[in-house]
Design a protein around this ligand. Sequence first.
Ligand SMILES: NC(=O)c1ccc[n+]([C@@H]2O[C@H](COP(=O)([O-])OP(=O)(O)OC[C@H]3O[C@@H](n4cnc5c(N)ncnc54)[C@H](O)[C@@H]3O)[C@@H](O)[C@H]2O)c1
Length: 294
Amino acid sequence: MTIKKGFVLGAGIMGAGIAQLMAQKGIEAIMVDVDEAVVKRSLAGIEKGLQKRVDKGKMTEDEVKDILGRITTSTKLEDAKDADFIIEAIVENVEIKQKVFAKLEEVAKPGVVLATNTTACSISEIASAISDPSRVVGMHFFNPAVVMKLVEIMPGVSTDPAIVEKTRALAEFLGKEPVVTAKEGIAGIASRVLAALLNEAVWVLDEGIGTVEDIDKAMKMGANQPMGPLALIDLIGIDTHLAKTRTLYEKFGDPRYRPCYLLEKMVHAGLLGRKAKKGFYDYEQDPPAPMKLN
Ligand SMILES: NC(=O)c1ccc[n+]([C@@H]2O[C@H](COP(=O)([O-])OP(=O)(O)OC[C@H]3O[C@@H](n4cnc5c(N)ncnc54)[C@H](O)[C@@H]3O)[C@@H](O)[C@H]2O)c1
């Protein structure tokens, strides 16, 4: 593995997790976001999470020091110039991703993989914004990136197989189990299947058939899900889940992906899930209590 420096653009839920994972595996991670406050908050979050592992005896203070020493932060995309591998994990919006990829292509070293952690944006559409679309590939980590074993690797229509192989090698180096989709489909495998299930849970809530607690309880107890679907949407982020289902609905026109208007109202109200401390549950309460949603 010849990747010494990894560049992660977007320091939100996923970017922070990917940067931490790289640093834990010995790669120097540059974690970048347009919003300096996000970078600071995410770095503090990483430190807090690692400290918890020390407190539980799962890591030493020296290991934490080494990991943190491998993470640098910035608000400049130009810092991608020395990177050996680039992963974009910014907001789920194809136009913004395209702009970012056009700039990344200008600064990145030749041959460096330009990966996107997108859930449902088209890889080919993102790649269409640059002169060499063969370098762009989907590298989809799951949340939380440090913990979840799966990485889905999604080639676009023009992705070079060598780029796919480099991405698979990185995923394996990071201790993940890669699944490579045979061709581009929107949202790969796991997120596409899950999107329909999560969507249905929101409709059941909106139709007044079950409460937030009962829907989550039913799916945990009856379908053996490790967490309820509404708690999972909170973990993903209401805005991110909404953007993903909108794209799936737009691309397939299939009603199973039609996003419930409740999600839109929640985004307008800033109820974005765990990252905003409020979503289907209020995370300022201990234990989190279901929110009253009109
Ligand atoms: N949340 C999940 O469970 C999950 C899982 C897998 C993949 N994803 C995908 O990962 C990506 C990021 O999701 P997230 O949950 O981390 O979102 P998030 O809202 O937590 O973070 C997104 C970050 O992108 C930053 N950003 C926006 N425009 C930028 C730009 N031009 N340059 C640099 N930074 C910019 C924002 O400031 C924000 O901090 C999305 O494409 C999402 O679909 C999310």
